[in-house]
Design a protein around this ligand. Structure first.
Ligand SMILES: *Cc1c(COP(=O)(O)O)cnc(C)c1O
Length: 362
């Protein structure tokens, strides 16, 4: 489809092996970066051009760059996993490439061909392969993103864009085992409204959610759970993770993708894996009051959040102005534990999953 070739400009000053080893000891999420990055430009006249792998470096932006003023930004998040034989693989990068196009469409940005997305990510991981951690549960997090780079102040779709991929080695997200996260039910803020950008992976959604996150932290909670913007009743998702409920009959439930929820690839993968285990999975709305009632009656056995960064995060406690309840004994339940193991076994190449899920790089 595309006749672009990647111009490889490797750094003359990569981190030394000793520096890298020190940085890879126990990296906090998103604080350590690899030697290189990918850049690719788009203009209305030239289409996609200037596809480069280059030393990781600051971007020079004019202060009137559109993305700085009107949040013309979308992103993705996926990981490269170290395999038992020393090789490495991506997990469902084609799904990220498709979602990136969907986000671009919503934000009036150019649609990046799927293979330019996946080939960019693959090239960066292959070049910076020494940065893929080997510690248990650790991986190399990839952050593809796109910004509108046209220099103009009238709010309008940009005619120039930059696509970029950076990479960051990450330790296992949640250490210390089975303890569940504590959620704050946001009553003052919503994340996404019908017709808005909730289903697009864009920085603006996060910018709007951080005040709720700060409120939750003041209340002693680690994450926020958002309710729907219309009735303020239906559980939607966390700031950056989808949510699942597990009932006493063994069935799972997760809110349906009606446009205000981010269609998580972890969510989709867990639905497939759970159904493969013979479990019932319903994609149906679940009310916050019902959640409290079911947790108290024991009908609800488990709840967990899921996303690429944390994989599966059991939910222990839920607090809010009108709510306060514990789920089970506040720790990881058997279904969450089993699904997490099934998914990570596939991602790390310990078992084979559905055809096409693992994209082996070397
Ligand atoms: C990225 C993201 C998720 C999780 O998606 P995955 O593809 O599973 O990583 C969930 N909710 C929001 C708001 C997100 O941005």
């Amino acid at each position: 489809m595309s006749d672009l070739t990647l111009d490889m400009q490797q750094t003359a000053q990569p981190a030394s092996a000793a520096e890298r080893t020190a940085l890879l000891q126990n990296p906090a999420f998103g604080r350590v970066f690899t030697d290189h990055m990918i850049t690719l430009r788009h203009t209305k006249e030239r289409g996609w051009h200037d596809w480069r792998l280059e030393p990781r470096q600051p971007l020079a932006l004019d202060p009137a760059t559109l993305s700085l003023h009107y949040a013309l930004e979308i992103f993705e998040g996926l990981k490269a996993y170290r395999l038992p034989d020393g090789g490495a693989a991506l997990f469902r990068p084609d799904a990220n490439a498709r979602r990136f196009r969907a986000s671009a469409e919503r934000m009036a940005m150019p649609l990046l061909p799927e293979e330019l997305f996946t080939d960019s990510v693959r090239a960066l991981v292959r070049t910076d392969r020494a940065w893929i951690p080997t510690a248990e549960g650790a991986s190399l997090y990839l952050r593809p993103f796109m910004i509108g780079t046209e220099v103009a102040l009238p709010p309008k779709p940009a005619t120039e864009h930059l696509f970029c991929v950076i990479a960051s080695p990450v330790a296992s997200y949640f250490k210390g085992g089975a303890k569940g996260v504590t959620l704050w039910v946001s009553e003052n803020y919503t994340r996404a409204a019908p017709g808005g950008t909730g289903a697009a992976k864009c920085g603006g959604n996060y910018a709007a959610s951080l005040v709720a996150q700060a409120e939750g932290e003041r209340e002693g909670c680690e994450q926020v759970v958002f309710l729907d913007a219309v009735e303020r009743r239906w559980v939607e998702e966390l700031g950056g993770m989808n949510v699942f409920f597990v009932f006493d009959d063994g069935a799972l439930q997760t809110p349906p993708l009606t446009g205000t929820i981010l269609p998580g690839i972890t969510r989709d993968s867990l639905i497939t894996l759970a159904r493969g285990m013979g479990l019932t999975v319903r994609e149906e709305p679940y009310a916050i009051d019902q959640w409290q009632a079911d947790a108290q009656s024991g009908r609800l056995r488990e709840a967990f959040a899921c996303g690429t960064a944390a994989v599966v995060a059991p939910i222990g406690h839920v607090k809010g102005r009108r709510h306060g309840f514990v789920i089970g004994n506040g720790e990881a339940g058997p279904v969450a534990t089993r699904l997490k193991a099934a998914l990570t076994d596939i991602q790390f190449g310990r078992t084979s999953g559905p055809q096409g899920w693992l994209d082996r790089l070397f």
